[in-house]
Ligand binder design. Sequence first.
Ligand code: COA
Ligand code: MG
Length: 293
Amino acid sequence: MTLDTYRPRRSVLYIPAANDKALAKIASLACDAVIIDLEDGVLAADKATAREKLAGIFTARPERRCEMLVRVNALSTEWGADDLLAAAKAEPDGILLPKVDKPRDILEAGDLLDDNFAPDSVKLWAMIETPKALLNIGAIAELGRDPASRLACFVAGTNDLAKATGALVTPDRRYLMPWLMQLVLAARAGGLDVIDGVANDFRDLETLARECAEAAAMGFDGKSVIHPAQIEPANRAFSPSPEALARARAIRDAFAQRENAGKGVIALDGRMVERLHLAEAEKLLAKAAIIGA
Ligand code: COA
Ligand code: MG
């Protein structure tokens, strides 16, 4: 991700494609991205009718304030290929592929999009929710370095990961943490964004806020959310804090002073500050300007 292509993805909201009442809310919600779900949020009996709704949902989409994606069923299922073609026609900002195990899963979906003339603006996001995906994560992430792959973002599927591994989900998510950190590392190696998994108890906003704060500290760009009440806490946690912004301004101003013009390293409030910190500070300030923080 470069700054000119920066899109905030602090809150990524799932909406089942079969839920008309929830769909009608899109324009009024402050989430950074919406995922219209055809996969686990839709019963098998409703899959076909849910898919048929995509065209209408995207025709009626509000101005491009938030990104809009479609989560299809895996290509290995009976619905996958039809989902992908219907999603491509709707020209979403991205298509989220579930149960990605290996690079080939991304390449296959990309080929189908290319063969059906989906514009380059239709990106691929990958759910990382299987043991195989985590074992192959470096190779999958590497695709992010090739724009032709369309791969733009990883989404942690923590519910499926817990189910597939047998790992116990504790309030502090301690047994999931090594895999989540590995996911962040791989995403950065591939130049990808990375979104944390959902907090299932949507009435417990305290736990949500804690998970968001942890995820932000771990390097995630945002949180998957399932209910409107979860949007604001996620947006807050993944926005630069007032303290971080003040510090970034101080670093920028210090390097702008004439006596520091030729220096690679300076002292600021008793701490060493290098040009890499200046670059980081400038990036943070630019992101904050885009978010409107
Ligand atoms: N997107 C948009 N609006 C939503 C929403 C969502 N994901 N979830 C709930 N809402 C709306 C409801 O329609 C309701 O609207 P209303 O005030 O006009 O009646 C309002 O927010 C309050 O909803 P509430 O009554 O608290 O919850 P609910 O019982 O209607 O829905 C869930 C609870 C979990 C069923 C629902 O939030 C949901 O389906 N979330 C997404 C689940 C999903 O996609 N899972 C798969 C991926 S993990
Ligand atoms: Mg899943």
